[in-house]
Design a protein around this ligand. Structure first.
Ligand code: PBG
Length: 331
């Protein structure tokens, strides 16, 4: 028998939607979301991405129209990924060093139309190399860390030259944050943010993204770059190392299977910490309504809430462009 009963009755807190809202201590705010967007060269392109329902490949000239819609819903940050045509990809991914390349053009046009949008550019060699690995590889297909660093450090200021607010290095190359920081300072871009994919697991949940970005490794795997899902201490160290190297913002990726990791890193750093609600998490949830196993938007609400509850300050999510439905689903 509960000694406080009948005086303490928890159901009083939950009587009406207004009372429940008053007492909420975690809320999804559109300001805390980043929308990932895939940019294709060309003009007038708005092409559905088969592996990511409701997401589109966009060319630089039409990008702002779609970002403006998301801004109207209160989301004001985007993360851009390049979809580089196969014929431009090389073994050393040198297109990443092209001045006025795809990313620079996309950022210039976006910033011209929507100067207040916060724009991050992904930096990963896998989107530029013809073998799909995140750097220069040797004959065995192993990424050569320090050779890769020299390209990455040159690439960062080039990708940001048209006014992007931050760079998001995602290849998990050791030392990448420190070389990027150094080269941004040299390029007098010390006002740009480094959003490091600091704790990135070797996850199966990236497949839908890889189909979309066409950066699946042609052979081998990324297990020497990405974290084993079974080692939480190493996962924490990776983020703490990036803090030491000069990252401004840390990130855990994926989000949903790693809420414990978000919580653990949150306790070890005062840096802002984000989480990436990745393609597989999105695709599975999006399909729930179709499969008649629950309301996708309600599930998305529950998932995003859980990510914030675990300690994330911001979330990178494909739900950003459907955030109205997601927020309305929870009443
Ligand atoms: C690498 C990158 C990946 C994702 C974002 N950046 C995947 C990879 O390592 O191939 C995955 C994001 C998602 O699944 O939504 N540039």
């Amino acid at each position: 028998m509960n000694p406080d009963f009948p005086h303490v009755r928890m159901r009083r807190y939950r009587k009406t939607s207004s009372i429940r809202g008053l007492l909420d201590n975690v809320q999804i705010s559109q300001k805390k979301l980043i929308w990932p967007v895939f940019v294709k060269p060309g003009s007038g392109i708005k092409e559905p991405i088969p592996s990511l329902p409701m997401q589109h490949y966009l060319s630089p000239d039409v990008l702002y129209e779609e970002v403006a819609k998301v801004c109207d819903m209160g989301v004001s940050s985007v993360l851009l990924f390049p979809v580089v045509p196969t014929e431009i990809k090389t073994a050393d991914g040198s297109y990443i060093l092209q001045r006025e390349g795809l990313m620079a053009i996309a950022v210039a046009s976006l910033k011209k139309q929507l100067p207040n949008v916060t724009v991050f550019v992904d930096l990963d060699m896998s989107e530029y190399t013809n073998h799909g690995h995140s750097g220069i590889i040797d004959a065995e297909g192993i990424v050569q860390n320090d050779e890769t660093l020299s390209i990455i450090s040159k690439a960062a200021p080039i990708l940001l030259e048209t006014g992007a607010d931050g760079i998001a290095p995602s290849g998990m190359i050791d030392g990448q944050v420190s070389v990027i920081r150094k080269s941004l300072i040299e390029a007098q871009m010390d006002d740009r943010l480094i959003l490091s994919y600091s704790t990135k697991f070797a996850s199966t949940f990236y497949e839908a993204f890889r189909m979309a970005a066409r950066n699946t490794p042609k052979f081998g795997h990324r297990q020497d770059c990405q974290l084993p899902i079974t080692d939480v201490r190493q996962a924490i160290r990776e983020s703490l190392l990036d803090e030491q190297e000069g990252a401004d913002l840390l990130m855990v990726k994926p989000a949903l299977c790693y809420l414990d990791v978000i919580q653990a890193i949150r306790k070890r750093t005062d840096l802002p910490l984000g989480a990436y609600n990745v393609s597989g998490e999105y695709n599975l949830t999006w399909n729930a309504t179709k499969l008649n196993i629950g309301d996708s938007h309600k599930m998305a609400h529950e998932i995003l809430t859980s990510i914030f509850r675990s300690g994330a300050d911001f979330v990178i999510t494909y739900w950003s462009n459907q955030i109205r439905e997601v927020l309305n689903a929870y009443k």
